[in-house]
Design a protein around this ligand. Structure first.
Ligand code: NAD
Length: 490
């Protein structure tokens, strides 16, 4: 703890479980500790929920559902809009809290408050646009009515890397649709979600509409909730391995699911690219969030004619990145989330080097305190290297050369993941071909960040199911009913 502003903020974060509009300790009295990854120091002790607490959260969501579903859309919209306004007022507190528990630079944490807040604004607007259809059937014998209904109580599980935005991206559309929720944030960064619960209360969210539990035993507490027949929807963001396990559990009750899973994004630079744009895009796509984003560029696939120049320019930029605690002025690279993340980045670089890759800069884990890994550029990565198959989730930029467009497409699509791709070319026709040829749910064409609350975020292949944000996002929390009535003139 370095200053009173930080300690005052941390002390104001609730340390209990938020169930039925009330804060309470875990039933067994157990606690878990949250750490600052930039110092390794404990920063807050909070409740560690048991399966009993999970069941209580589920009971509260079930009980609150009928009244919330019947609340007029405009009222739900106004509550979400108030939450958006309050978030703007409390922007600095949320940004600092995320930096303290997750490590991202403060400027990026402010960016996440902006991005995360947009889901509240967007879905407050979408609330009153939930529409149906009415029309004659083709035979003329009846009238067909299509209406939309909230799916019911939902279970939302979020990861540690975007503690606010991953929560608002689920909570806002669920509430907009008229659903109640049980939220389980990641145990590594739960404080932002707990602090957000206070904001939702202040915005007027009724008791039981949002319930939150934190736990060190995610599997044991979550599985009974997923198997509870009263649950109607599971929305998960996290690793593909955990997503697969949850899908198996959800299969029993044929539960509606949304899955935002892992990525292995290709970043393709053609020889007709504007290299200034490509380098700017690469810095964002790779080093934002210290490389710990599902949308992070994982494989830089660069035409052989420009590969050296691209590597030279990104290396120069990477060498200028300041490493340190996210609260310090000018820091661009904070710590990785934990020792495991550092060990993974290190082993991926070592594997690539053992197969002939060159380290242009970085390549070392820094001594503690804190879990830092140097921003790194490796070139001439050989096919088959682990770094091309696995999600790096760290500040390592790996370059693979290619010779022609077919080659680039083949390498880019050579993964079971399909979340996002980035393409840099000044040729319109080539850009259009890439939209058709790359197997990803999202694409940045001459840009390095694509996320926007108004756009459908989600993956193809093993990167997931469903979409968050955009006009599509609210439909994840709605179910359709078709009603037939007789022709009133017959
Ligand atoms: P993770 O899968 O380890 O954990 C995600 C969440 O699931 C956490 O809350 C965790 O506590 C919980 N969890 C873990 N095991 C569980 C179980 N058995 N039952 C119920 N819950 C369980 O992932 P992570 O390390 O927190 O996040 C990183 C991963 O998330 C990366 O693969 C990244 O690509 C992915 N991610 C995807 C998106 C997306 O939108 N596609 C966004 C952010 C992160």
């Amino acid at each position: 703890m370095t200053d009173t502003r930080e300690s005052d903020l941390l002390a104001s974060v609730p340390d209990g479980l938020f169930i039925g509009g009330r804060w309470r300790p875990a039933s067994g009295g157990k606690t878990l500790t949250v750490f600052d990854p930039s110092t390794g120091e404990p920063i807050r002790v909070i409740a560690d929920a048991s399966p009993e607490d999970g069941a209580a959260a589920m009971d509260a969501a079930v009980e609150a559902f009928p009244a919330w579903a019947a609340t007029p859309a405009r009222e739900r919209a106004e509550i979400l809009r108030r939450a958006f306004d309050l978030l703007q007022e409390r922007k600095e507190e949320f940004a600092l809290l995320m930096t303290l528990e997750m490590g991202k630079p403060l400027a990026e944490a402010r960016g996440e408050v902006g991005y995360g807040g947009e889901f509240l604004r967007w879905f407050s607007e979408e609330t009153s646009r939930i529409q149906g259809r009415y029309g004659a059937n083709p035979e003329g014998t009846g009238r067909m009515i299509v209406s939309q209904h909230p799916v019911g109580p939902c279970f939302l599980i979020t990861p540690w890397n975007f503690p606010l935005a991953m929560a608002t991206r689920k909570i806002a559309p669920a509430l907009a649709a008229g659903c109640t929720v049980v939220v389980k944030p990641a145990e590594l960064t739960p404080l932002t979600t707990l602090y957000f619960a206070k904001l939702l209360q202040d915005a007027g969210v009724p008791d039981g509409v949002v319930n939150i539990f934190t736990t060190s035993t995610s599997g044991a507490v979550s599985e009974p909730i997923i198997r509870d027949p009263r649950l109607r929807k599971l929305s998960f963001t996290g690793s593909t391995a955990v997503g697969q396990k949850l899908l198996e559990q959800a299969a029993q009750g044929v539960l509606r699911t949304s899955m935002e899973l892992g990525g292995n994004a290709p970043f393709v630079v053609f020889d007709d690219a504007d290299l200034d744009k490509a380098v700017d895009g690469a810095m964002l796509a790779k080093f934002r969030n210290i490389g710990q984003a599902c949308t992070a560029a994982n494989r830089f696939i660069v035409h052989r004619a420009v590969a050296d120049e691209f590597a030279r320019r990104v290396t120069e930029r990477v060498q200028g990145l300041k490493i340190g605690r996210g609260t310090e002025e000018g820091v661009a690279i904070g710590p990785l989330i934990d020792d495991r993340a550092v060990a993974k980045a290190d082993s991926l670089v070592k594997d690539a080097v053992s197969r002939g890759a060159q380290v242009r800069t970085g390549g070392t884990a820094l001594d503690g305190p804190g879990t830092f890994y140097e921003p790194t550029v490796v070139t001439d990565v050989a096919p088959g290297s682990d770094i091309l198959r696995e999600e790096i989730f760290g500040p390592v930029l790996a370059i693979v050369p290619f010779d022609d467009e077919d080659d680039a497409v083949r390498i880019a699509n050579d993964t079971e993941f399909g979340l996002v791709s980035y393409v840099f070319t000044e040729s319109l026709a080539r850009g259009q071909r890439m939209i058709d040829r790359l197997e990803t749910g999202m694409m940045g064409l001459n840009v390095g960040v694509v996320s926007n609350a108004a756009a459908p975020f989600g993956g193809w292949k093993m990167s997931g199911l469903g979409r968050e944000g955009g006009a599509e996002g609210i439909h994840e929390y709605l179910q359709t009913k078709y009603t037939l009535t007789p022709n009133p003139f017959a």
